[in-house]
Design a protein around this ligand. Sequence first.
Ligand code: NAI
Ligand code: MG
Length: 358
Amino acid sequence: MKHFEIAVISGDGIGKEVVPVSLKVLDTIAELHGGLKFTYKEFPWSCEYYLEHGQMMPEDGLETLKNFNAIFLGAVGNPQIVPDHVSLWGLLIKIRREFEQSINIRPAKYFKGLRSPLTNPNDFDLIVVRENSEGEYSEVGGRIHSGEDEMAIQNAVFTRKGTERAMKYAFELAKHRRGHVTSATKSNGIVHTMPFWDSVFNDVKKEYPDIETASYHIDALAAFFVTRPQIFDVIVASNLFGDILTDIGGAIMGSIGIAPAANINLNGKYPSMFEPVHGSAPDIVGKGIANPIGQIWTAKMMLDHFGEEELGQRLLDVIEEVTEDQFKTPDIGGTSSTHEVSQEICDRLLKSKTLSKR
Ligand code: NAI
Ligand code: MG
């Protein structure tokens, strides 16, 4: 029996609606498999918790989370009661940084039952590996003077260790996909860090002779996400470039409600964290219509992380089938509720008797 202990932080708003139904999906998977067990410990850390305790999580919150196999997070934020920078930095960003979650991965693919804003989405299926710990989002820099002389300097920091780490992750991922890695660069305009990025990419790719590679400047690459996303398999990008690309990835799928993400710790010292791309959606909270697919897809990424890739793939196939058969929440043009979509996913998983043999 493989047993995984998962820390669950539903957070705020629709996080509290999409997380519970996703745990039911995970339980269904465990039931089908027979040799898998998930136990959950729920933590009420949220903006409401902040109002009561003056902080987003207790002093020893990280210490507590450290012992779990993974963190399953909904969404954090309720700007009406707590400013966003307080809620985000007090919980989400704190976990990402302190737990050395140095890679952020976000897949995007064409879903059969979804209307992509692209006229010809052409079956694209890609994943962006974003360096999540340094690059353009460094705290090195500062501001000086005021008035006419006011100035600000923000330094981009690229270490060989951080750069190599992200690239190797991308190449390893490509081995299990279609065997292609694209590097997002800008070495024509950014003259120090990006030529460095290119040279590390050239070094790393020599270790993976079976993987095909390409390198595009980020501006052209962003345009290709719109005009021909099907040419991409794995894309490796710096923190800023990856941030921007993944929003385009979500947009061409058709709704932010379905996009998943994972923050991966690579040194094994701390758990990784799985969360959808969307936020707490205060405008639809309490209506029972939040799209649960983003959250359920993050459960698929967690299964992959636990080495259960075949189960993960089966889950994604079922999600796509259900969408194609019009079990859809209003954000993607349907009339189903959160519960109806997730229940349909559970029912179909249970019908697929071949699951454990796949
Ligand atoms: P949001 O993602 O919560 O909502 C943007 C729009 O997308 C809204 O119209 C919402 O109804 C819709 N939407 C989002 N998820 C959906 C779903 N699953 N099903 C159907 N529709 C969905 O972004 P917004 O409004 O900018 O932020 C709201 C709060 O969430 C803020 O406090 C913000 O800081 C926080 N936030 C938290 C994130 C996180 O925890 N990772 C990420 C983004 C925002
Ligand atoms: Mg972003």
